[in-house]
Write a protein that binds this ligand. Structure first.
Ligand SMILES: Nc1ncnc2c1ncn2[C@@H]1O[C@H](COP(=O)(O)OP(=O)(O)OP(=O)(O)O)[C@@H](O)[C@H]1O
Ligand SMILES: [Mg+2]
Length: 349
């Protein structure tokens, strides 16, 4: 029996179905991310779990109990919203203490729990400040502390890091994961940032147009995306056009080994991740191309390579400065097993 179960959860606004019968089982202590483009129904789903939006159909079961009809405060879940509003006239400590006061926890115990939680989010020094005296990242951590202090069975986070710059965001991802690991709270985070979902979660739930299209561990999601949408949305993907032949796929006039041989003569695409393609010595590649552009990202280089079969994206770890330049002719190769053969529309042939 899972800890939190969503069964055929649905939300319709008139004839528009925002969330279309999603079912999902989440284990105690799991960190699950909902990933999907704007408008796919992530916030709506979270709000139905929190009890802030009544579902049109379906159920939410927590710890074996159907809570679908329970009021939000009866569910007692910790919630951090897309726009996390702190009480501006209360100090950091008072903001965090608020939920405990509502629960009529005695003063001394309250102070102890507030101190513990502030230390967890590394804000002990800031206890007496007001929200306006904090940076965006510190405010976001207060919001997390406020949700955590009540020791909720489930923590619901809606884009909790969306307002942070890239560096702070990365620090907070580590922080969130650390907190979640040390407290063991079952956590559901909504994000439209695929790197964030992959780095932080035990499992990622991909949503498209109100439906779940894949639920997998980050590594599997990246390596075995279930739909063409997912392969493009999660990470970068190169798509080379070819023709299915006996024993392989013909790409830019060359027969390359590739799995399966059904549908000989039909058009197919080879899907490749940037880090699975490497540069080869002239004449030893599988496809020839020319460097169109080159970007330096510090820890790696990223190249756009024009080939007769389409544009390839290649990444290379930063090991030295001697890498191909824009305009240079290059040869590309990869292990046949790292290329996925799909029909040009994207469905597996
Ligand atoms: N009260 C409402 N009435 C009508 N349509 C709504 C209402 N609330 C949300 N929607 C629609 O439901 C869909 C899902 O909205 P939701 O807020 O869940 O998206 P989201 O995945 O969280 O997107 P974002 O990443 O932009 O936050 C959207 O198309 C939205 O316009
Ligand atoms: Mg949203």
């Amino acid at each position: 029996m899972s800890f939190l179960t969503l069964a055929s959860l649905t939300k319709a606004y008139g004839s528009f179905v925002a969330v279309d019968g999603i079912s999902l089982a989440i284990e105690r202590g799991e960190f699950v991310s909902f990933l999907g483009p704007s408008g796919c129904g992530k916030t709506t789903t979270l709000q139905m779990i929190a009890g802030l939006t009544p579902p049109t159909a379906g159920t939410v079961v927590l710890g074996g109990r159907d809570i679908t009809q329970d009021a939000p405060n009866k569910r007692g879940l910790g919630v951090v919203f897309q726009s996390y509003a702190l009480f501006p006239h209360m100090t950091v400590a008072e903001n965090v203490s608020f939920g405990l006061e509502m629960r009529k926890i005695a003063r001394a115990e309250r102070d102890r729990q507030v101190a513990d939680t502030l230390s967890l989010v590394r804000l002990s020094e800031m206890a007496d400040r007001y929200p306006r005296q904090l940076s965006g990242g510190q405010r976001q951590r207060v919001a997390v502390a406020r949700a955590l202090v009540i020791k909720p069975p489930v923590l619901l986070l809606d884009e909790p890091l969306s307002n942070l710059d890239a560096k702070l965001r990365e620090e907070m991802q580590f922080e969130l994961r650390r907190i979640q690991q040390s407290v063991g709270t079952t956590t559901i985070m909504v994000t439209h940032d695929q790197a964030e979902a992959l780095s932080i979660s035990d499992r990622v739930v991909v949503m498209e147009k109100g439906r779940i299209t894949q639920v997998d561990a980050p590594y599997r999601l990246y390596e075995q995306p279930a739909t063409p949408f997912i392969s493009d949305f999660v990470g970068k993907m190169t798509r080379l056009h070819g023709i299915r032949r006996a024993g392989g796929v013909e790409v830019a006039g060359r027969l390359l080994p590739a799995g399966g041989d059904a549908g000989e003569g039909g058009a197919v695409d080879l899907l490749l991740r940037p880090e699975k393609i490497e540069f080869a010595a002239a004449g030893q590649g599988m496809v020839d191309g020319r460097v169109v552009s080159r970007f330096f990202f510090g820890s790696y280089w990223l190249f756009a390579i024009e080939t007769a079969a389409g544009l390839a994206t290649v990444s290379l770890p930063n090991q030295d400065e001697d890498v191909p330049r824009e305009g240079e002719n290059v040869a590309l190769r990869w292990a046949p097993a790292s290329a996925r053969v799909v029909s040009p529309e994207g469905a597996e042939p």
